[in-house]
Design a protein around this ligand. Structure first.
Ligand SMILES: *Cc1c(COP(=O)(O)O)cnc(C)c1O
Length: 393
């Protein structure tokens, strides 16, 4: 079974590029150039230097002793929470800004829901002195004030999306519209392994620095290159794709994906795409998404903004379809409990997205000798208000 993208931009039955004709030249320019640019030694050198000196990589692989005792296995945390800007998203935005420069682009656009991807994009635009416009639903602008201010402080322009439900999908539509109207000088930075080919493959490759580091870090600490399990939360799926990447073809490494169950799969307030979704087209690719009988996208719910997405990327739809990854649905309450547990046992306040991955261990049968890596995708500072409202600590 092949898990990486094929030459037509597909992962099994999923993927492709379902885009309006007007967008075709932009996407095609990217498709024709991304691999050659990324594989160029001077690109790799600049990318690696920024990951090291600006982002702070390699991120540590930390053997969490007390968490290990709690779950009865050897539990490592891959510390993406220690990256500059507090999550894995910066790995991708650094890569895409370098790529945009080499394509001669003068302006960056992005869409953002909770603002995390918007902040990571505004950050690299400031770093490179490139104009940055971030589209954000008007409702989200009010919900995510601190991130809006961060983006502005970093010099980005935040444009409200006023149509539809005024949330992420409307911001995406606005960004696409802008890109169609400015095809020559603008690059659109997508923040996860979603969107038309080649975005899912490109983003997965930028994030694959995570599993690349895990290989030598595990060798150093465990005397073996691969773990028994890799556990990651899945919104669109970029931190999961990056932590699975170099292990996807090794069936001895079990892949576990934690989805946001929200208030429960049957509650009507959920984002558990593999349980509730059906094949369809979202954000330019064929994938699994939550939709009504007549194909309208269903508004998702999760307590964590980063997992509040009605689909998953095509790679993950394929990993699910092929049975390569096990998907576990974690409710808001289970995630909050696991997040608080990590605070108490390890002195690490995780992003609530990442807490979903920790909670998944409660639903796995583990043996003492099992080696697990949990990808700790981000830190919890941004979620302090949610922790306070939830209470119970
Ligand atoms: C955005 C985000 C996610 C979800 O995005 P993926 O593309 O699924 O990785 C998960 N964790 C954190 C901390 C995030 O900011």
């Amino acid at each position: 079974m092949q898990y990486k993208v094929d030459k037509n931009g597909y992962y099994g039955n999923f993927g492709g590029a379902f885009i309006p004709e007007m967008l075709y030249p932009n996407v095609e320019e990217l498709r024709q150039n991304y691999l050659a640019i990324m594989e160029d030694p001077s690109f790799q050198q600049e990318f690696k230097a920024l990951l090291s000196d600006y982002v702070g990589r390699p991120s540590p692989l930390y053997l969490a002793q007390r968490l290990s005792e709690h779950f009865g296995a050897r539990v490592y945390l891959k510390r993406e929470d220690l990256n500059h800007t507090g999550a894995h998203k910066i790995n991708n935005t650094i890569g895409q800004i370098l790529l945009a420069q080499r394509l001669g682009k003068k302006r960056i656009i992005a869409e953002t829901g909770a603002g995390q991807h918007g902040v990571a994009t505004a950050t690299v635009c400031a770093l490179m002195g490139i104009d940055c416009v971030v589209y954000m639903g008007e409702v989200d602008i009010h919900r995510q004030k601190p991130n809006v201010e961060r983006m502005k402080l970093l010099g980005a322009k935040v444009v409200p999306a006023l149509s539809g439900s005024k949330t992420l999908k409307d911001a995406t539509n606005e960004a696409m519209r802008h890109w169609i109207n400015n095809p020559v000088d603008t690059h659109y930075i997508i923040g996860s392994v979603v969107g038309p080919h080649p975005y899912p493959d490109m983003v997965a490759r930028f994030q694959s620095v995570i599993s690349e580091e895990m290989i030598w870090q595990l060798e150093e600490k465990e005397g073996r290159k691969s773990p028994d399990y890799i556990v990651a939360c899945v919104g669109g799926g970029s931190n999961a794709a990056g932590s699975y990447y170099h292990y996807m073809d090794d069936p001895a490494v079990k892949l576990v994906a934690a989805e946001a169950g929200g208030e429960g799969i049957k509650s009507g307030k959920s984002a558990a795409t593999t349980f509730l979704g059906k094949p369809g087209v979202l954000h330019g690719s064929k994938t699994l998404l939550m939709q009504t009988q007549d194909g309208q996208v269903v508004e998702p719910h999760s307590i964590s903004a980063g997992l509040d997405y009605p689909g998953i990327g095509p790679l993950h739809a394929h990993l699910f379809d092929a049975g390569r990854a096990r998907f576990i649905s974690i409710t808001d309450a289970e995630a909050m409990k696991a997040g608080i547990l990590l605070c108490k046992l390890e002195g690490i306040i995780p992003a609530i997205e990442s807490a979903h991955a920790i909670a998944a261990l409660n639903k796995m049968e583990l043996a003492d000798a099992d080696v697990l890596v949990i990808n700790l995708s981000g830190r919890g500072d941004k979620d302090l208000e949610t922790y306070i409202k939830w209470g119970g600590y």
